[in-house]
Write a protein that binds this ligand. Structure first.
Ligand code: ADP
Ligand code: MG
Length: 506
């Protein structure tokens, strides 16, 4: 696909002020769907089920079927609204959003329109480097997801050029909360990074509340990024584009940056921006035009006649408010201070999405430095090599146990990496693997001395050099001893003993 003409990012910012608006869909992890008792594929227990096996008459829109609101989804939506600093509506109601598409069997989506469950919030978001922004939240409303179409036979996976399409209704009726920001001003050159950090903060909140699996690659968390530019000094907002369903944190940042550069080039050449949706292409790092979009898209919204209003009691709201976790930005500041990390070290953990794992590993007794090292180092490497999720490879308790064995001198780093491979392979706890594989460091000086004496005897020239004070020569003997010990010795201790023995032997 041809890349549009782009303006240099810094130059674009000299001429224009970027304004962004973010719409984030969060799939709730309730056991059942939003309006029926069908199992919810956004709950890990049912993830990956065969197509069209998690369905009920309600998700299929069969005649005579009636929706019933999922109470757990309502509670989770309220918790999310509260965590976003929103007011909770004493009464809110569902509305029908009417449109035809094959993944929507009823020909309308049940959503909320003029009476969302949560509104007028504010969320503090910290970007890389520590700068913070207050993001104004317009609303967070409940709705149901649509099914999923797969277009088969074409080159792109899109409907154009496909031979036929398949529909899977498992996702139809999955509970969603859509969070909509007000236009965000003043982010300037940080707008792309802020868009990414905002979605990451929502993920952190969802995970801390336990209301969603919040995995972007599974579509549990989806972001549409609205971007417009206005010439410096102008009051009136520019025309926005809405880039849809960007499915990784990094792509959100790239997509916003790309749109700023693309729109700037058009505007600077006297052109106009078309209000439209755009698709993000991960491979080319570009967006392409989707469908035109007006502010007056007519969905013929009307109140859902099959559902009563949602009227949460004040007691329920108080109870959910009291159970809110520490806000993510405050938690990051606290952890960074407690761990004594530099900005870079902290970003290393936060950006890898392993903040919770590292925090739990520290809580299980490991030092922050070793927790960071094992999670962002060896475990991340093993995860990349096996294309698995890092968090699924080991538990924080196992990593803490491993770090303790290294601290106690039972394992060298090299041996610890072997033990970790055993942990990842499911061979048991670190101590069990040390015992079963015989991996502990040889701390018995007797065994080391025997190996050292043998190595010195077989390398008399090296022995002579060491005795002459050329201690660098000891390296050859240390190497031979480490080899004889199959790496299971502490090199510093071996060095000490080599020098001692070289002086002592006849
Ligand atoms: P839609 O139905 O098009 O999805 P929404 O109201 O759900 O509309 O979301 C529109 C998003 O775009 C909101 O986050 C809003 O703040 C943002 N937005 C509106 N106007 C602009 C603009 N001119 N530039 C950037 N963002 C905008
Ligand atoms: Mg919208």
């Amino acid at each position: 696909m041809a890349r549009a003409e782009l303006m240099d990012f810094d130059q674009a910012l000299e001429l224009f002020e970027p304004v962004i608006g973010l719409e984030v869909h969060v799939e709730l992890n309730t056991t059942t769907k939003m309006f029926s008792s069908a199992p919810n594929p956004a709950n890990s227990e049912f993830h990956g089920a065969e197509p069209n096996t998690l369905v009920s008459p309600v998700c299929l829109g069969l005649p005579g079927s009636l929706p019933v609101v999922n109470g757990d989804a309502v509670r989770k939506s309220i918790s999310l609204g509260l965590a976003l600093g929103c007011s909770i509506a004493p009464s809110s109601r569902f509305a029908r959003k009417n449109y035809f598409y094959p993944d929507l069997a009823k020909n309308y989506q049940i959503s909320q329109y003029d009476e969302p469950i949560a509104f007028d919030g504010e969320l503090e978001v910290e970007i890389e480097g520590g700068k913070t922004f207050m993001i104004p939240i317009e609303r967070a409303h409940m709705e149901e997801d649509a099914g999923k179409l797969t277009h088969v036979g074409g080159a792109t996976g899109r409907i154009q050029g496909a031979e036929y399409s398949l529909v899977d209704y498992n996702r139809a009726g999955v509970p969603l909360v859509e969070i909509v920001t007000r236009p965000i001003f003043g982010a300037e050159a940080d707008a792309p990074a802020l868009a990414k950090a905002y979605v990451a903060t929502i993920r952190d909140i969802a995970l801390a509340l336990g209301i969603s699996e919040a995995r972007m690659e599974r579509g549990n968390l989806r972001c549409d990024a609205n971007v417009s530019l206005r010439p410096r000094g102008h009051e009136k907002l520019g025309t926005r584009t809405e880039t849809k369903n960007v499915n990784s944190f990094r792509s959100i940042e790239r997509a916003v940056r790309y749109e700023i550069q693309r729109q700037a080039a058009i505007l600077a050449n006297g052109g106009t921006i078309t209000q439209e949706t755009r698709h993000w292409h991960e491979d080319t790092g570009a967006t392409s035009a989707g469908r035109p979009k007006s502010d007056a898209d007519d969905y013929r919204y009307f109140p859902e006649p099959d559902l009563v209003p949602v009227v949460p009691s004040a007691e329920l709201i108080d109870e959910l408010r009291a159970a809110l976790p520490e806000p993510p930005a405050a938690r990051r500041r606290r952890l960074k201070g407690e761990w004594g990390f530099t900005d870079l070290e902290f970003q290393d953990v936060a950006n890898s999405g392993l903040l919770n794992e590292v925090a739990e590993t520290v809580a299980a007794g490991a030092s922050p430095a070793s927790a960071r090292k094992w999670w962002t180092g060896e475990l991340t490497r093993l995860a990349n090599a096996s294309e698995r999720d890092v968090a699924e490879l080991a538990t924080p308790a196992q990593v803490a146990e491993l770090a303790a064995l290294v601290d106690a001198g039972t394992l060298t780093d090299r041996l610890a990496r072997q033990v970790l491979e055993g942990v990842v392979a499911g061979e048991g706890s670190p101590q069990e693997i040390v015992d079963a594989r015989g991996l502990a460091v040889v701390s018995d000086d007797g065994a080391l001395i025997a190996a050292i004496d043998q190595a010195l005897a077989s390398q008399p020239d090296v022995l002579a050099k060491i005795r002459d004070g050329k201690v660098q020569a000891a390296g050859a003997v240390i190497g031979a001893v480490m080899k004889a010990m199959q790496g299971k010795a502490d090199a510093a201790r071996v060095r000490e003993l080599v020098l001692e023995r070289a002086a002592a032997v006849q």
